[in-house]
Design a protein around this ligand. Structure first.
Ligand SMILES: [Zn+2]
Length: 480
């Protein structure tokens, strides 16, 4: 099988998270609404009404185009793509054909098998369009929901530049991260915010000749895109080795059986009879307008990761994890600034304790009550020995639950660490007096009991003793 290499191009549809649809005032997000309750004469395609372009769609389109290194056209056009399908009440889709908002572009990927090497994935299409409705089978009937008609989409198509299922998965993972980072889409594949079709073909390694490609549709997770491409690769190799021709099929991913089914033979572009949309003016964007949109363009994830590596001396793993989402990376950086000490300490608290806590409560770094300032305060108190490590961890949870400042909680609940030699000594003596058998065993050489003794002292002092000091006093009195 290894004499054939994969050639993959991905076609993605990205649902923008605008408030309203692309050409009318209906809500863009109707995920939880009853079917056919989120429509109006414009998106339902009634005659005599005119579409009005939503400016928010343009703004989000410009942000994504810029991030993809795409040329942003000052003048672009909307076109009609004509086809008949029950979920398309107008009989045509408003989209952009030859003069779209974005022109060209690329994304660089790291090649998984070759550390340090990158693969440039070209972008051949980046355009705005409206979504169609949804159909679903219900027994012998077919039901249609028009709520999604007119929801703003960006269609983005790559060149045939991807060479493995893993690269395709990486492209989608990076794209999803970027969409959320820019705040242009929720990019949830299960909810259809990010949809992916894959064009897959094979060729003998070293050859530029291509066999016919097939198209895989309706895959709803990155993991399934990877599996579907791997299965299709194996099928195509089997066909070619059996001396058969690959047919230009469209294949449907069956989510329950994890297999591909043939849908239909593919239409060609010419079937759609594109022409300029007569109801909309050309989209004219001045350089000033574009600059204003890009004024707050954020530092992108890969760049931020590099900066975390150099500025804060984090490990590759930590820098990667802390830049998975933009809010988390900003939280980390604010906490580091307030703290002023070793950034690695903040990183450890964040990754080991705060993230776990947020996962459990379903909150994000943007809406936790444990602000960067509070986290820094807690780490500082631990550094200064005012609280011990386990109290610090409990405090994270208490601050998150109450929203109260950590120093107030410490004062109110008397959580401050006891470092008073005499107070600890008194408790140590009590523990030793109360456990003669263990004392005897310890003195006979079972030194591992020191941990147990320390635990007893900590328990007597409700966790507030400085454990190191407690151990020192224990050793002194027990004689080590
Ligand atoms: Zn509408």
């Amino acid at each position: 099988m290894s004499e054939y290499e994969l050639v993959i191009g991905l076609e993605t549809h990205i649902q923008l998270n605008t408030v309203t649809k692309i050409f009318c005032a209906c809500k863009a997000d109707s995920w939880e609404m009853e079917p056919n309750t989120n429509i109006c004469p414009v998106c339902a395609g009634l005659p005599g009404v005119l579409p009005v372009l939503n400016e928010e769609v343009l703004r989000k389109g410009v942000l994504l185009a810029y991030a993809m290194h795409s040329e942003i056209r000052n003048v672009s056009f909307f076109d009609r793509k004509n086809y008949f399908y029950p979920d398309l009440p107008k009989g045509y889709q408003i989209t952009q054909y030859d003069m779209s908002l974005g022109n060209g572009g690329y994304m660089d990927l790291f090649i998984p098998e070759d550390a340090g090497a990158t693969r440039r994935v070209s972008i051949t299409k980046l355009h705005l369009e409206e979504d169609a409705g949804k159909t679903k089978n219900a027994g012998s009937e077919r039901l249609i929901d028009f709520n999604r008609c007119g929801v703003p989409l960006i269609e983005m198509v790559t060149g045939p530049d991807l060479r493995s299922a893993a690269e395709a998965a990486q492209y989608l993972t990076r794209l999803r991260q970027l969409l959320r980072w820019l705040g242009v889409s929720e990019a949830d594949m299960e909810k259809g915010h990010l949809r992916c079709d894959a064009n897959v073909s094979i060729r003998p390694v070293g050859s530029t000749q291509l066999f016919t490609k097939t198209e895989i549709k309706n895959v709803n997770s990155i993991e399934n895109v990877r599996s579907a491409i791997e299965l299709e690769y194996e099928r195509q190799v089997r066909e070619v080795e059996a001396g058969n021709r690959i047919q230009a099929w469209t294949l449907d991913w069956d989510d329950e059986k994890n297999e591909l089914k043939k849908m239909r033979s593919k239409e060609t572009e010419a079937d759609y009879r594109y022409f300029r949309e007569p109801d909309l003016l050309p989209v004219r964007l001045s350089d000033e307008w574009i600059q204003a949109v890009l004024a707050d363009f954020p530092e992108l994830p890969l760049h931020r990761k590099q900066r975390f590596l150099t500025d804060y001396h984090l490990t590759e793993y930590d820098a990667d994890l802390l830049t998975t989402d933009r809010q988390l990376s900003e939280y980390f950086e604010s906490a580091v600034k307030v703290y002023g000490g070793d950034p690695k300490k903040i990183a450890n608290y964040l990754m080991n304790d705060v993230l776990r806590m947020l996962n459990e409560s379903g909150k994000s770094a943007a809406d936790t009550r444990l602000t960067p300032q509070y986290l820094a305060d807690i780490v500082k108190m631990a550094d200064a020995g005012k609280i011990n490590a386990s109290t610090a961890k409990n405090l994270l949870v208490k601050v998150e639950a109450s929203g109260q400042a950590p120093n107030e909680i410490v004062a109110a609940e008397g959580l401050g660490q006891v470092r008073d030699d005499a107070a600890i000594r008194a408790v140590v003596e009590k523990v030793i007096a109360g456990n003669p058998k263990e004392v005897e065993a310890y003195r006979a050489g079972k030194e591992s009991l020191i941990g147990w003794f320390t635990g007893q002292v900590m328990r007597e002092m409700r966790g507030k003793a400085d454990p190191k000091l407690a151990q020192e006093i224990l050793k002194e009195i027990l004689g080590s």
